[in-house]
Write a protein that binds this ligand. Sequence first.
Ligand code: F6P
Length: 322
Amino acid sequence: MKKIGLITSGGDAPGMNACIRAVVRTASLNDMEVTGFYRGYEGLLENDNVGLTRYDVRNIIHRGGTFLKTARSSEFRTKDGRSKASSIIKSHGIEGLIVIGGDGSFMGANLISMEHGIPVIGCPGTIDNDLFGTDYTIGYQTAVDTAIGAVDNIRDTAASHNRLFFVEVMGRDAGLIALRTGIAAGAEGVLIPETPTDLNRLVNYLKTDFKKKRRSGIIIVAEGDSEGGAYEVAKKVQNEFPNWETKVTVLGHIQRGGKPNGFDRILASRMGHGAVLALREGRNREMIGISGGQLVHVPLDHAIKHNATISPYLLELVEALS
Ligand code: F6P
């Protein structure tokens, strides 16, 4: 294989730049050229490309976001869109494609490979950590660190003013960011989509604690929780505590940006390196995952079809320590 294509796609995640750097440098070491396409499948469909040498990826390992930019493309979801993309890829003499992104991006990668015979390898880049077959996705740990830092700050205000805060974190329909943030920030409760949310139980718990002189608290609400986001939950709980001031903070995109932490830089470097080697070995339609500290190859259709599971142990830990 002499030439590969590279895109970052879907929501940006801290560590994507480190992964791009690893792909380009590993390819260069193996005498392979890399063509990057800007803005994911959208830029690919516009043939908005750039040749990447090892020197083009200097000074990016520490930067958040993705210098190749990213997007979610509706055209690529169509058969015609993928046909057009395949012609563009082939017109460059590209023999394999590396996609750094999440489940939507991998779904597209899987399809273009099956329909047009283009070998694809995915590197999981999403803060949601919702792909099956990998313990971690690139950007997740940094996003959790960012959320923890924000909740720590909120706790100062909560304690100073005797307030009950509902903090909404991202994760789409996965509660992994919420769960880890809740444990590390010592939250009094965590509401996630993977488990049934019982607001009466939460209210009773808070009432008991209130009698024992609790005057402030933090509840982490995953954006995909079945009771709605933090505003909805706060409204319902506030009715039970008319004299306790409740506040809502939606962390939003603050969790997606910022410098990748050390863990994500190393993870991204390993996965980018592994992705190029996988293409060279003739692998196809696989995601590079990490399991028990080792890189693994996970078929793309497994990675996207099964949501990552929530550890019952971590759920118990939240309850036990709150
Ligand atoms: O998938 C990453 C993610 O940040 C989710 O956690 C969130 O639901 C979604 O993307 C937000 O997407 P956008 O940036 O397009 O609003």
